[in-house]
Ligand binder design. Structure first.
Ligand code: CP3
Length: 346
């Protein structure tokens, strides 16, 4: 006898599990953030970005803001990928008008001098629990972490950089030291994602924003291998939880990433032709993406064409509609509403 489940499966989780839904579930990377006046107001009240992240009530409120406003299919934990190096013992600041700073930069990749502060992750788990308790059961809650490669680029340079040169050089100059750093990030990330899942995250995304800066052999070693290690270890602890991998800029290396890392779904950035992705990726593998954030900023015909193209390319594949990268600060709120109306046919 089939007993109907009393708990509805959120559309996002159904699609990540391999089901195709029409219309597709929608969420947007950086959906909570500076384009929303209610975000800017709370950030000003709390004094800064990190103050928001470490205040679980405020972070939960910010996670929920875009859900209330737009009725998106998923909430993504409000936090940052650099909380992991912070918990590994680096100092982290976000100056106004500049990017993040991690000090001291790990120029030689040596992590032995750092004293881990795992307690810094507790507030994040509390945020996850508070969000899950407040969310409608149809809305999925996504946890996340940065990929070891992308996190390492910030740890080694101490800041963002155009070409990730410091980390790429270290990886060539002293591969054992860089490997030790990557291994340490892998271990912390597995515990961190596992903690988010235990607190209520129903799927997790690995953000690999700088996957595109590596040559193919280095991509295998520093992107694919550590990602596979994280996915493998997470699956042992949480066999039912899907992992979305987002190797931004991977281009032609996307096929190897999809085939070799063990991720359940791949996120596509806006430079990927969705028809090419559909032809290259394993049949039935769910994809997420990949509307150009600038098409959302433009709205109107450009946005409509972009939505039509991506949906046509994935007309037989499980698809989560999203942007190819984070929503831009200047994006009009009306364009997000327009996008949802286009997708949902309102
Ligand atoms: O998607 C979401 O809404 C979840 C929250 C989230 C943030 N950052 C909030 C944030 C996620 C998933 C991230 C990921 C992240 N953080 C990445 C990977 C994805 C990407 O964008 O490439 C990276 C590289 C970072 C590191 C980081 N955090 C940088 C370089 C910056 C400064 C650049 C910027 O956009 O201001 C941040 C700050 C940050 N992280 C903000 C938000 C909402 C802006 C903070 C503010 O000024 O209020």
């Amino acid at each position: 006898m089939i007993v109907p489940s009393a708990v509805p499966v959120p559309p996002l989780l159904a699609v990540l599990g391999g089901e195709r839904l029409d219309p597709p579930p929608v969420w947007l990377m950086r959906q909570a953030g500076r384009y929303l006046p209610e975000y800017r107001a709370l950030r000003t009240a709390k004094g800064g970005f990190l103050e928001l992240v470490y205040d679980s009530a405020a972070a939960a409120e910010i996670t929920l803001q875009p859900i209330r406003r737009f009725g998106l299919d998923a909430a993504i934990l409000f936090s940052d990928i650099l909380i992991v190096p912070h918990a590994m013992g680096m100092d982290l600041t976000f100056g106004v008008g500049e990017g993040p700073r991690l000090t001291p930069p790990l120029t030689d990749g040596l992590i032995d001098g750092l004293t881990p502060v795992p307690g810094r992750l507790e507030a994040i788990y509390a945020t996850v629990a508070a969000v899950r308790a407040a969310l409608d059961p149809h809305v999925a809650l996504i946890g996340f972490a940065g990929s070891p490669w992308t996190v390492a680029t910030y740890m080694v340079a101490g800041a963002g950089s155009k070409d990730q040169g410091a980390a790429r050089q270290l990886a060539y100059r002293d591969a054992p030291a860089f490997q030790a750093l990557i291994d340490r990030i892998v271990a912390v990330t597995v515990d961190y994602l596992s903690g988010q899942i235990a607190a209520g995250a129903q799927t997790v995304q690995l953000f690999d924003s700088w996957a595109g800066s590596l040559a193919p052999a280095e991509f295998e070693r520093w992107v694919i291998a550590p990602t596979a290690a994280i996915v493998g270890r997470l699956m042992v602890r949480h066999p039912d939880v899907s992992v979305i991998g987002f190797p931004k800029g991977a281009g032609a290396k996307l096929a190897a990433y999809a085939a070799e890392t063990g991720v359940d779904a791949v996120g596509l950035d806006e430079t990927v032709d969705p028809a090419w992705a559909d032809a290259m990726l394993p049949p039935g593998m769910p994809v997420q993406g990949n509307i150009d954030p600038l098409a959302l900023l433009a709205g109107g015909a450009a946005l409509r064409e972009s939505v039509t193209r991506v949906r046509a390319a994935f007309d037989t594949r499980p698809h989560v509609l999203n942007l190819g990268h984070g929503i831009l600060q200047e994006t009009p709120i009306a364009h997000v509403e327009e996008l949802l109306a286009m997708v949902r046919g309102a």
